[in-house]
Design a protein around this ligand. Sequence first.
Ligand code: FMN
Length: 206
Amino acid sequence: MYIDIANTEKSWQDVYSLCITFVTPRPIGFISTVAADGVRNLAPFSFFNMVCARPPILMFCPGRNRAGAKKDTLVNVEATGEFVAAVVTDAMGAAMNQTSAAYAPEVDEFAAAGFTPRPATMVQPALVGESPVNCECRLERIVEFGEGPGATAVVFGRVVAIHVDDRFLAADGLLDDGKLLTIGRMGRSGYVRTTDRFDLPRPTIG
Ligand SMILES: Cc1cc2nc3c(=O)[nH]c(=O)nc-3n(C[C@H](O)[C@H](O)[C@H](O)COP(=O)(O)O)c2cc1C
């Protein structure tokens, strides 16, 4: 198969569906925000990563919905300049998925899906009580690509505080993968667990 994007009969949805079957597995950022009127919002984003070490910068990408409108998460970040990014573990998977339903802006998705909001220290959005790791972030910048349905905003946030549940720490002060058990997103409706791991030490030359 070969696709010339500018001259294909495939729709943008077809190309997107194809691409998310090979950009895999994708980490999932569970993004907590608060609306200008105080309503809490929680939604998963698998276009999510850490993109700078110093300063520590995370990014996630809320796309426009089928009507071409901004998702509540983006509206909230634009209004408040803050978000919390939590990790998603195997135990949280089903409830995390529930928060991706198209709830109206006035619905508190913590309550709707059964997650526990906990106060953050430096930002207004709540921490996700069930998640072993929560990062408090301040908006750094938003870069927009495209227009209408399928267009996407890339939201960059500076991490200003990190909360780690000590029970998930290894002896070296990092997270213990065997305890953390994050899940990742594949294409279609697929997910992966992180229970089959291996090491590849950095090579030396000669
Ligand atoms: C695991 C998972 C990953 C997702 N990743 C994204 C993503 O990267 N970008 C996006 O726009 N929507 C993504 N979604 C869909 C959003 O979570 C969904 O549209 C949600 O309703 C947005 O919530 P909001 O309107 O409260 O912001 C994902 C859904 C799931 C279940």
